[in-house]
Design a protein around this ligand. Structure first.
Ligand SMILES: NC(=O)c1ccc[n+]([C@@H]2O[C@H](COP(=O)([O-])OP(=O)(O)OC[C@H]3O[C@@H](n4cnc5c(N)ncnc54)[C@H](O)[C@@H]3O)[C@@H](O)[C@H]2O)c1
Length: 308
């Protein structure tokens, strides 16, 4: 199959692309390198440097004729979405609508969309299914949800099949310290540089951390399964920020008392995703325990730090 990956040079995208290549799929990337990096991409992959909002994108669909589009390109920073909702909407909503138009015109068989647990907004500390009420707390969460609705309506009106994946907090090698799940990369960078990390709020807020290679697998499984479905992709586990820092300092064999900062606007207290639907329909299950994924991630940052 020929797969077009938007945002394929980014943190998650580069892992998706690696797995697609391993599975024998012909893969093309479109990325504007806003946060993505060329050296994150396997050398044999064709990279087109372009913004998804560019009028030239139609030419990419016309010449590449992808069977499937995995759409990851996005403005991923919750803080930026709150400061600049227009920019966030242009990148995340208009960018998605433009792609959907081309998918329809060039008979793409499926769009796989990277959504987020940010669409749910505040939840309880219980795990939530895909039926939990949608009430985003940030414009980022709203732009992801609005894109989901466009994708669904596009399918109803124009028969563009889709799979929507709502990720929990993703972490792993190549993550930068911006974006949604950046807390692990921020903490490791600080720990390795001998700096003290900040903890916002009480530190008792909980997250469901999912390893990036498991996210890549969910995208690859969605190529052939889960058509016109929405799936939570998380581990159904809760880890507090304080608990996370403890695991990380113990891996790094350091003792650190973090600097306490006030809670931030748009930050969710608890987030934990029930993954039963993904297990049943996609056949997806996380294969990395948090400690295993953290250890791999720590080794990655350590190597980078030693190479500086
Ligand atoms: N990291 C997480 O924890 C998390 C959680 C939920 C959902 N997501 C979603 O997963 C996707 C990937 O996120 P990530 O963490 O890898 O972020 P990232 O910033 O590393 O990747 C985004 C990629 O898209 C590219 N890009 C951005 N705007 C573009 C545009 N207009 N045209 C072309 N390319 C553009 C960037 O250069 C980058 O390579 C995003 O859609 C994000 O919303 C991420």
């Amino acid at each position: 199959m020929k797969i077009l990956v938007t945002g394929g040079a980014g943190f998650i995208g580069s892992h998706v692309v690696e797995l697609l290549i391993q599975c024998g799929h012909e893969t093309v990337i479109v990325d504007n390198f806003y946060t993505g990096k060329k050296d994150a991409v396997p050398p044999q992959v064709h990279i087109i440097e372009m913004d998804i909002n560019s009028p030239q994108m139609e030419g990419v669909f016309a010449s590449e004729k992808p069977d499937v589009v995995i759409h990851l390109a996005a403005q991923v920073d919750v803080g930026i979405s709150i400061q600049n909702p227009v920019y966030d909407a242009e990148q995340n909503i208009l960018g998605t609508i433009r792609l959907l138009n081309y998918c329809q015109k060039y008979n793409v068989q499926k769009v796989i969309f990277s959504s987020s647990c940010a669409v749910y907004g505040e939840t309880t500390d219980c795990s939530i299914t895909e039926l939990f009420p949608i009430k985003p707390l940030s414009f980022y969460g709203l732009s992801k949800y609005t894109s989901e609705r466009y994708i669904q309506l596009f399918n109803n009106l124009n028969q563009v099949p889709f799979t929507i994946l709502r990720y929990a907090n993703v972490y792993g090698p190549r993550q930068t310290s911006i974006g949604e799940g950046g807390v692990i990369s921020i903490f490791f960078e600080k720990i390795l540089n001998g700096e003290t990390p900040f903890v916002y709020g009480s530190g008792e807020q909980t997250r469901d951390f999912v390893y990036v290679k498991d996210i890549a697998m969910a995208n690859v499984l969605a190529i052939n399964k889960g058509t016109n479905g929405i799936f939570n992709i998380g581990c159904n586990t809760k880890t507090s920020v304080n608990g996370l820092l403890k695991m990380m300092t113990s891996l790094a064999t350091v003792h650190i008392t973090p600097i306490a900062k006030p809670a931030r606007d748009g930050d969710i207290q608890h987030s934990r995703l029930d993954n039963t639907k993904a297990a049943t329909i996609l056949g997806w299950k996380p294969s990395y325990e948090l400690l295993t994924g953290l250890s791999d991630t720590f080794n990655y940052y350590k190597e980078i730090n030693e190479g500086k």
